[in-house]
Design a protein around this ligand. Structure first.
Ligand code: GDP
Ligand code: MG
Length: 295
């Protein structure tokens, strides 16, 4: 179908409300990694979605962080602010059960942007009773003149079509921004690094700070097999030991889980080699961030 309307929907909200889960659910594909830990999303990722004659480019954003001490956090905050400029509509995601100070901070910020804001009341699957919804909606209505308030569940894929319709209303007339068969603005290499980082976050639970990074050193694709060498960067020797685990078992588990998902993504057999290296304080070093492609 020829695209007649196209625009940007920026997904925002405090960490852990389900922004990345929502974008993946709307796309029907996993483009942005998710986890129960805050700070999982580190990059701005575009997900491209066609609805009839409309193309919606979703932008998933990292949560804003209050700790301005580190270069990594300063970078995240800069990016979070600049992203609203390109929005045709802002999708403000909150946890229906938990309104927090951080939600108020995000709302205060988007109030100044002067763009239509749709409130996505996420995780309604966690409500004990649907009758809890009405008072929540009334309360939210008082906070801001939202263009729409949509109760939904990203994980349960509940009411996503209503949200999608509300978002589509704000897409301006125009040609497709991306080719219609494209799913994301990121390369396969990028997605591969992110898959490895997601498995790393799950495998190490709370033992590892979110500052770990993954770099793809080699990516050799042939028809039958894709060979990938990836480096996991940690800040300290002790973290290296955590990632590798006793007898290398944790690193092996991370590798196996990542390989399976990468094989699904690229549709061929994958040979994945993982290395763990220590680079002290890279999250506080602007030059190191640039070398890892964070600009
Ligand atoms: P983000 O930091 O806002 O991008 O949040 P994520 O998408 O990474 O999700 C944070 C956590 O919330 C993950 O453990 C998700 O599985 C979970 N989550 C997301 N959406 C829902 C939902 O609709 N219902 C429930 N119960 N959990 C959800
Ligand atoms: Mg996220």
């Amino acid at each position: 179908m020829t695209i007649k309307k196209a625009g940007y929907a920026v997904i925002t909200g405090r960490p852990n409300v389900g922004k990345s889960t929502l974008m993946n659910a709307l796309l029907g594909e996993k483009v942005s990694i998710t986890s129960p830990k805050p700070q999982t999303t580190r990059w701005q990722i575009a997900g491209i979605h066609g609805v009839g004659d409309t193309q919606i480019v979703f932008i998933d954003t990292p949560g804003v962080n209050d700790n301005k001490e580190r270069a990594m956090n300063r970078y995240l905050n800069r990016m979070a602010t600049a992203v609203y400029d390109q929005a045709d509509v802002i999708v403000f995601v909150v946890d229906a059960k938990q309104w927090r100070e951080e939600d108020a901070m995000v709302l205060a910020h988007i109030k100044n942007v002067n763009k239509p804001v749709i409130l996505a009341l996420n995780k309604i699957d966690l409500l004990d009773n649907k009758s809890e919804l009405l008072p929540i909606i009334t309360k939210m209505n008082d906070k801001y003149p939202f263009a729409a308030i949509v109760p939904m569940s990203a994980q349960g894929k509940d009411n996503l079509n209503v949200l999608e319709t509300e978002i589509a209303k704000f897409m301006p007339e125009g040609e497709a921004i991306y080719p219609e068969d494209q799913l994301t603005d990121k390369s396969v290499r990028f997605l591969v690094a992110e898959i490895i980082r997601e498995k790393l976050i799950y495998a190490t639970e709370d033992e590892l700070p979110y500052t770990t990074s993954v770099q793809i050193e080699e990516f050799k694709a042939s028809e039958a097999l894709t060979e990938i060498n990836a480096l996991i960067w940690v800040e300290r020797e002790g973290q290296r030991a955590i990632v590798i685990g006793k007898g290398g078992e944790k690193l092996k588990k991370i590798g196996t889980q990542a390989r399976k998902e990468i094989e699904r993504l690229i549709g061929s057999k994958v040979f994945l080699r993982l290395w763990v290296k220590v680079k002290a304080d890279w999250t506080d070093d602007e030059a190191a961030l640039r070398s890892l492609g964070l600009e």
